[in-house]
Design a protein around this ligand. Sequence first.
Ligand code: SAM
Length: 240
Amino acid sequence: MNGFINKQSLNNLSKKYAITLDEQALERFDIYAWKLVSWNKKVNLTSIIEPEDIVVKHFVDSLTVFHALNIPKGSKVIDVGTGAGFPGLAMLIARPDLNLTLLDSTGKKLNVIADILTNIGLEAQLLHARAEVAATKEEYREQFDFVTARAVANLRELSEYCLPFIKEGGFFISMKASKAKEEIDGARKAIKILGGEIFSIKSFELEGAGERNIIITRKISQTSTKYPRPSAKIAKNPLI
Ligand code: SAM
């Protein structure tokens, strides 16, 4: 179906965050939105199903990653807990040069993403795994330039899932709505133990959708092989 979303609106809003989308990207977002809503009848993907809400709260929200940080051409990126592809798949549509891995513990969601990728003609690696398990494997550990995560866990827990994937000098990009300051305060110690340091926090209002905070952590040294621990341990014995 063509013309499901208002492409002009997506284009204009993206420009406000200095993100340029070409006609092919706008076309791909249109297919993505339509497929998302169609699949959502069978697989529980999102409560956001109105076309303009999808544009703002999923697409533009995901694309603000590029507003917060420069991501060089060809960077190796993993989106942890990608769900229906946010922010990772939206980033790939805007920047098909990225070498992207989409990770989620729910196979059904990755099957939907596989179908969307086929329909929009783009490629990404799909990884069906729990983050804390994949991050212990040599092929994924300290292999990525950037890790992204939106709405997956609190920053302290999330840091233990995400920091082990990043190469030294790489970045962990965590997307939060409100209460970011409290989360950062609660996660500082864990981030340090895991080999990271808070690099920057970009706070802004997303067009009519409320407060957003993009917390960027830089990996400054290798993560000890003690981490990540199994999820039950992460929850029971937080790094504080
Ligand atoms: N990031 C997407 C977004 O912003 O729309 C999805 C958010 S959804 C609330 C959280 C997703 O993280 C779910 O798809 C869930 O399966 C996944 N998830 C949660 N914990 C995980 C873990 N430890 N490893 C892998 N995936 C995880």
